[in-house]
Design a binder for this molecule. Structure first.
Ligand SMILES: *Cc1c(COP(=O)(O)O)cnc(C)c1O
Length: 223
């Protein structure tokens, strides 16, 4: 079995310079994150606020924390001072709360809007047909910077289904940059996980979120 450091090096060796690797460390103990950290990894992704706050408090302060799970409005305040990027804005309510907490913290919070491109009922994310409306709404908040879009591809080995999902995200991205973000275009497409990141990169991903291929499989909290 390869070490965490070797896994990260292996993935990075296949990435061009403009693609960022977010190491998805959910369910994994701090010691394993430190193994990745000592190998130079600084971006970590978590999907539970409580777990991320605990790791934030314990681990070095130059880590960039990415929140990739479903964000409840009542938890935004716990991360507002230090969160690096929220990947999962999918409602007006959560955006309004992020605005409020960012203003209190006297900062701008970078976010991605999550789109449910596979339209699987169990997934969070705004529907593709509602994405433009949400982007317009969120773009009016002075303390929120919309860096781009995020999607979770379908849970399948069907490469065509994955590709379709990523193309939908890219087409919304292009449309919104032409219509809403004319002065300051969005730059990030967060798409691609262990099973589908090569397809995501071919379709224009700028940020891949990899858990299993770095830390091994998870026994709990699959999502
Ligand atoms: C768990 C998770 C990942 C990483 O999944 P792997 O298949 O382990 O690479 C990526 N994105 C999100 C939103 C996740 O919840």
């Amino acid at each position: 079995m390869m070490s965490i450091a070797e896994n990260i090096d292996q993935i990075n060796s296949n990435l061009h310079a403009n693609i960022q690797l977010v190491a998805v460390s959910k369910t994994k103990p701090a010691e394993l994150l430190m193994e990745a950290y000592r190998n130079g990894q600084r971006a970590f992704g978590e999907n539970k606020v409580q777990e991320m706050v605990g790791k934030y408090e314990e681990l070095p302060k130059d880590i960039e924390w990415h929140f990739i799970g479903h964000l409840q409005t009542n938890k935004v305040k716990q991360i507002a001072d230090w969160i690096h990027l929220i990947h999962s804005v999918d409602s007006e309510n959560v955006a309004a709360e992020i605005q409020k907490r960012a203003e209190k913290a006297k900062r701008t919070i970078d976010v991605l809007v999550e789109v449910n491109t596979s339209e699987e009922a169990t997934k969070f994310g705004v529907k593709p047909t509602k994405a433009m409306e949400l982007l317009k709404f969120v773009s009016q908040f002075p303390n929120i910077n919309i860096n781009g879009l995020m999607t979770i591809g379908p849970f399948t080995e069907d490469k065509d289904a994955s590709r379709d999902s990523f193309r939908i995200l890219k087409s919304i991205f292009d449309e919104a940059n032409n219509v809403i973000f004319i002065k300051k275009p969005m730059i990030e497409l967060s798409m691609g996980m262990t099973h589908d990141y090569e397809i995501a990169i071919a379709e224009g991903s700028t940020m891949i979120r990899i858990g299993t291929a770095i830390f091994g499989s998870r026994t709990i909290n699959i999502n």
